[in-house]
Design a protein around this ligand. Structure first.
Ligand SMILES: [Zn+2]
Length: 290
């Protein structure tokens, strides 16, 4: 089935728009080293959207735009075009992300705020684009909100000058140099409708984004989950977490806090249907979706 690159959901007065960028399929052990194909097969509800019959998992890379009143807030900015990265999937890509964003009714110059849940390469890439051989802000009229503790952690790693920190050089520093960066605390309130919630572990300053309107609540979860299998297996440590133990604790706490459909979960890396609910399933949880 063709991927719906642009998709909208309505939450009270807020429109949530998804812009799809890339997809991947891999062994669970790539993400969760203690997981196997048999772990995946234990949960039939993962198929067909989030896992293959053979027990591989499916992951998408996508961004979300929140539109309400006169605001237009972009949450995470995916991988970006033309960048040199450690992984081939992310290197020198040429996707139609900006064209899709414009077609969705959100041209780059209309974005007033960019929020990064954390500063991994697949959440900051479109912060900048290549213009005449230089990285320039993609969203020239936006304030870019970065977690203060998150930036402090990565800033200390800049001297490595390795490919693992290349994304800071091409996607964060040009924003700071342009005077568009604002460093915020992990519970920062962006507006009456949108605020951050600290969800540390994956990275030190990782946050999730709480969206509320007319009594409806949704959370863009960021990377506390990469695949809904982590609802059922919250304690499996992830290979991509800086503090895996803390990330497991955060995940459990999050699942317990929003279980019983207290908030719609918008999974940053979840394939369609992308949004759904946390429901209790024995000792742990599962993802309930339409
Ligand atoms: Zn990610």
């Amino acid at each position: 089935m063709a991927i719906e690159r642009v998709k909208h959901w309505q939450l009270g007065d807020i429109r949530i728009t998804r812009i799809f960028e890339l997809k991947d399929q891999c062994e669970l052990s790539f993400l969760l080293p203690e997981g196997t194909a048999d772990t995946v097969k234990k949960y039939p509800w993962l198929k067909p959207h989030f896992a293959t019959p053979e027990g591989q998992i499916l992951v998408w890379f996508q961004a979300f735009v929140l539109t309400f009143r006169d605001r237009r807030i972009m949450v995470d900015t995916c991988v970006g075009n033309d960048k040199m990265r450690e992984f081939e999937l992310f290197t020198k890509t040429h996707t139609a992300f900006l064209e899709d964003l414009t077609a969705a009714g959100c041209p780059p110059e209309t974005i007033d705020t960019v929020l990064c849940t954390h500063l991994h390469l697949d959440h900051v890439g479109w912060n900048t684009r290549l213009a005449n051989g230089r990285w320039v802000p993609t969203f020239p009229n936006a304030r870019y909100l970065f977690g203060r503790a998150e930036w402090e952690y990565w800033q200390n790693r800049l001297p490595e000058k390795s490919i693992q920190v290349q994304h800071l050089t091409d996607s964060i520093l040009p924003i700071i140099d342009a005077g568009l960066a604002v460093f915020v605390e992990p519970s920062h309130r962006v507006s009456d409708e949108v605020w951050l919630e600290p969800t540390p572990g994956h990275t030190p300053g990782h946050v999730s984004v709480h969206v509320a309107s007319q009594g409806h609540h949704a959370i863009i979860s960021g990377d506390i989950f990469h695949n809904p299998i982590q609802f059922a297996e919250p304690d499996l440590p992830s290979a991509f977490c800086i503090d895996a133990k803390k990330a497991c604790h955060t995940r459990r706490e999050f699942l317990a806090r929003y279980q019983d459909k207290k908030a719609l979960i918008v999974g940053s890396h979840f394939c369609d249907p992308t949004v759904g609910w946390i429901v209790r399933d024995g000792k742990n949880w599962r993802f309930d979706y339409d």
